[in-house]
Design a binder for this molecule. Structure first.
Ligand code: PAF
Length: 282
């Protein structure tokens, strides 16, 4: 396994010349930096499955709403590089906003339908920013495989759809959510939590686990599962629920009855920090 420090490039020209040196299968791990074990697990999986691994680090302004945390989003490139080196990542692409969105930029990629519910309803314009930047990353890097986390389940579904619809010859690999010992899904935004909020944040996974246990005991009524999730969230005074959902895994439409594969998901504010999580049933 290659354990050299990764090479860092910023411009599109440097990225393209470095990419040309790679023979065989190339894996891309798109990130917004401030990496954690979840990202590293994606890089390790890419390393296992591909000959070369490229990680992109870009805090994409177009996927943040006007009142969201773009200006405060955590950044620490030195720390990110230290985490990526043992995973065998060879190349890190850190484009600037000017590289990704040069003056006069006016072209957007938008997936209809799947982007409307859940995160799309709470964060208008978010997925248009994600699919636009991921298309640009795909075009620039031309990977054979691209790796995303299951924690952003709707993002993974939207990117899969975009990849199919636009004929990108790229396999989308979705990897399991990596959790802290109390079940909290790893996220760069966890760094915003105060100690009390951090303790309280375990309520998301407790809530999902309670609904999953009810499902395992035979509960198939989606509204009952939503009620179970909501009750657990409401029992935590620091948590403010934005939504809980029991949706069809493929269409993301809300279900009345769970018959096939379903996605239990939620968004919860812990103070000013918005957290999301999900589990898959069936
Ligand atoms: O999941 C993320 O970190 C981002 O949404 C992504 C896929 C890197 C696009 O900016």
């Amino acid at each position: 396994m290659d354990k050299q420090p990764p090479r860092i490039v910023s411009s599109l020209a440097e990225l393209r010349s470095a990419r040309l040196l790679f023979d065989g299968k190339v894996g891309l791990v798109p990130t917004m930096g401030y990496l954690h074990e979840g990202h590293v697990s994606l890089a390790r999986r890419a390393r296992e499955e591909c000959d070369h691994v490229i990680v992109s680090i870009f805090v994409n302004p177009t996927q943040f709403g006007p009142s969201e945390d773009l200006s405060t989003y955590p950044r620490d490139l030195d720390r990110d590089l230290l985490l990526l080196e043992p995973a065998g990542v060879e190349l890190v692409w850190t484009p600037t906003p000017e590289v990704m969105y040069p003056p006069g930029f006016a072209t957007w990629v938008e997936v209809e339908g799947l982007t409307k519910p859940l995160e799309g309803a709470s964060r208008p314009g978010h997925f248009r920013g994600v699919t636009t930047v991921v298309s640009k990353l795909f075009n620039a890097v031309q990977p054979h495989k691209a790796y995303f986390g299951q924690k952003d389940a709707q993002q993974a579904a939207v990117i899969r759809k975009m990849t199919r619809d636009l004929d990108f010859p790229i396999e989308i690999v979705v990897c399991p959510t990596v959790r802290e010992t109390d079940g909290l899904a790893m996220s760069s935004r966890n760094s915003y939590l105060s100690p009390d909020e951090r303790t309280a944040a375990a309520v998301l996974f407790r809530s999902l686990s309670a609904a999953r246990s009810a499902y395992e005991r035979g509960e198939r009524n989606a509204q009952s599962l939503r009620r179970i999730m909501a009750e657990v969230i409401l029992s935590e005074p620091l948590a403010k629920m934005q939504y809980v959902s029991v949706a069809d895994y493929d269409t993301l439409e809300e279900l009345e009855t769970v018959a096939g594969k379903a996605l239990l998901s939620m968004a919860v504010f812990m103070g000013r920090t918005r957290l999301i999580d999900n589990v898959v049933l069936g």
